[in-house]
Design a protein around this ligand. Sequence first.
Ligand code: FES
Length: 218
Amino acid sequence: MSAQSNTPHDAEPAEFAFDAESERQIAQILAKYPPERKASGVIPLLYVVQKQMGRQTGSAWVPRVAMDAVAERLEMAPIRVYEVATFYLMFNTKPIGKYHLQVCTTTSCWLRGSDDVTAACKAATGIGAFGETSADGMFTMTEVECLGACANAPILQVDDDYYEDMDGPRTTELIAALRRGERPKPGPTIDRMDSAPVGGRKTLLDTAGQGTGTQDNG
Ligand code: FES
């Protein structure tokens, strides 16, 4: 797991201002909360910052100066924004590559081959370890905990998209497609309907409503 820090990074911009798209999103977010409770918008606003940095620089991260801008907008002490931004792994507190490869290595994914996914990510990008960015600046690889999609393990999350039922060769193909500027459709990468059983349905097969599928209660 990569270390999170609110220490200003070398790439820290001198200043940060919300752009028009971010201002539009912030207005929608803050409309959900009473004015005296607008601090509740801290997580969504940090996401807004991260997206804006991605649009403007190609690297979706949250600089310290932007945390300060969020604190000012929400009338919070800056330390409270730093606490949130450095606690949650989904906020990048240092620059990352154009594509963020997030490999789930928790139990279900590990049992189903996350080691192969990790090895394929390394081989296809030249990255040596979790937390590193490829020399060409295209990819950052991060180890993440359970992504809540265990039924389709192993999962490789790219930015906000889940690629499911992955293995080594499909990981290699996906990274090659990203390099070509393509964005393959997220979801299961094998012939499978969402999280339905591999090979087709196994229960509730009696469509006439006369039985209880394959279950035998004696
Ligand atoms: S263990 Fe990987 S999604 Fe749950």
